[in-house]
Design a protein around this ligand. Structure first.
Ligand code: ATP
Ligand code: MG
Length: 355
């Protein structure tokens, strides 16, 4: 187990997970569970970067449970993988602080992703918290804490993994080889488009299909999906490329003959939106059915989700403590403290002996 390379990735516990999370990251996690020793974090500290208010912390009880149920439902297996709570792994706070010294402020403030997150959270430029600027640094602390080699994330997160790589290289250059330089692994769909045609499916944009949505809700959402706006009648030739319904067909409908046939007729103006959407809703529901079933099963076991997080967090705490010790040793900080303690103890012993 321990000679396998490690994976770390995770999500902010802000509620239920959607199809974008699945194709961007969850799918790769499930695939790689045997090949890698996997760590999946519930990033509650990262949530605080845009939502520090008490009401959001109070909502964690429900949101963490929903999110971890989604993890289990898609097939993340706690027998093989570790799920843990970020805020309970205190060594990460220390790693974060050391890493803060290894990256420049302009490097962080130039990142478009930070501006995007601020905008999505309704934070204007003058009100961006220091902690939000530090988001990618804390992420580097998470990723390097178990010395991960691979980070399965959506495209919007790639720039953050790049910061992690720079920090790992700089730490190693200053203090000796402690960390691997991890690779980002982008999902099958790097950024899943929203049901409304906006570039990204995102809770804050209200354009999601959630993994736990009821079949009726999926049908209704798909009926309302954005398609080719120029196609006002079924006999007008339509655009397939960039069209959300076909992007979703490609991502979630395993019947490629059906998809090819729909595309061909759509391009010619020989199929109505209703047929395209009905078949999409059916494909999505077939994909989601086993996920919903497993979710309901895990949901019905009292205390199970909590036990998974608890055991995973205890395991992670040990690994994180080891890494911090290694870091401090490499940095020479352990030596500084040891010398001070030795001298102090010597003096105290002598004073005691002198009576
Ligand atoms: P939301 O805005 O819906 O809460 P998010 O971007 O805040 O989503 P995070 O918790 O920041 O979600 O990210 C979880 C993971 O899911 C990241 O790896 C991110 O890249 C990925 N992800 C999120 N949305 C999408 C999407 N629409 N397409 C592909 N990957 C996505
Ligand atoms: Mg989120």
């Amino acid at each position: 187990m321990s000679d396998r390379k490690r994976i770390l990735t995770g999500d902010r516990p802000t509620g239920k997970m959607h199809l974008g999370h699945y194709v961007g990251s969850l799918q790769n996690r499930v695939r790689l569970q045997d090949e890698y020793d996997c760590y999946f974090l519930v990033a509650d500290l990262h949530m605080l970067t845009t939502r520090p208010q008490k009401e959001h912390i109070d909502a964690l009880r429900v949101n963490i449970r929903e999110m971890v149920l989604d993890y289990l439902a898609v097939g993340i297996d706690p027998e093989r993988s570790t799920i843990y709570l970020q805020s309970a792994v205190h060594a990460v706070y220390e790693i974060n602080l050391f890493f803060e010294m290894l990256v420049t402020l302009p490097r962080l403030t130039r990142l478009p992703s930070i501006k995007d997150m601020a905008r999505a959270a309704g934070i204007d430029e003058e009100s961006v918290p220091f902690g939000l600027i530090g988001y990618p640094v804390l992420q580097a602390a998470d990723i390097l804490m178990p010395r991960s080699a691979l980070v399965p994330v959506g495209q919007d997160n790639k720039a953050h993994v790049e910061i992690t790589r720079e920090i790992a290289r700089r730490f190693n250059a200053y203090y000796g080889e402690v960390f691997p330089v991890p690779e980002a692994m982008i999902g099958d769909v790097p950024t899943l488009i929203g049901t409304d045609g906006q570039a990204k499916m995102s809770k804050s944009l209200d354009n999601c299909i959630f993994l736990s949505d009821d079949p009726r809700v999926v049908e209704k959402t798909v009926r309302g999906m954005f398609t080719d706006p120029n196609r006002t009648r079924a006999d007008i030739p339509g655009r397939v490329e960039g069209n959300p319904v076909f992007i979703y067909h490609d991502a979630f409908n395993p019947n490629t003959d059906e998809v090819d046939d729909l595309k061909e007729r759509y391009l010619k103006g020989a199929v109505g939106d209703v047929e395209v959407k009905t078949k999409l809703a059916a494909a999505l529901n077939a994909f989601l059915d086993p996920i919903r079933q497993r979710r309901a099963d895990y949901d019905s076991r009292p205390g199970y989700v909590e036990q998974v997080i608890y055991e995973g967090t205890l395991r992670t705490q040990e690994i994180a403590n080891d890494t911090v010790s290694e870091m401090k040793k490499a940095m020479g900080l352990t030596g500084v403290w040891n010398r001070i303690s030795r001298k102090a103890r010597d003096r105290m012993r002598k004073a005691e002996a002198a009576g």
